[in-house]
Design a protein around this ligand. Structure first.
Ligand SMILES: [Zn+2]
Length: 118
């Protein structure tokens, strides 16, 4: 299971530094609900994209519950679970699409009048 956690670091700072080593386990196991039952299990690496720097590799912290033996990964909130693209990249692209879409509607307003603008 992956848990998204807000981290006080940019993706570049996270990728370049040792921020991943400061990630604490969750208070409660999301599987068996025991508290404080995690042991460190290491890290796995994954790639994320960044508009400025291209593809960056980050390390994701993993823990294992000593009661139910299931694992939990703490994914920084700037990343998308199971996807390469960052949340910020999606937001930037989505915003750009909205601007272009709005401009198109303005340009063709006389023709597009029956259709609602975004
Ligand atoms: Zn558990």
């Amino acid at each position: 299971m992956q848990i998204l956690r807000t981290v006080p670091a940019s993706v570049i700072d996270y990728a370049n530094g040792s921020f991943h080593q400061t990630i604490e386990p969750p208070n409660e196991c999301p599987h068996c609900k025991n508290r404080g039952a995690f042991s460190a299990l290491g890290y796995y690496s994954r790639n994320v994209t960044n508009m400025e720097r291209g593809v960056l590799r980050i390390l994701v912290r993993r823990f294992r519950c000593v009661v139910c033996r299931r694992t939990v990964s703490i994914l920084p909130s700037f990343a998308q679970p199971y996807r390469l693209v960052l949340n910020a990249t999606i937001a930037e692209r989505s915003e750009g699409f909205t601007v272009v879409n709005t401009q198109l509607h303005r340009a063709c307003a006389p023709i597009c009048a029956p259709f609602p603008s975004p």
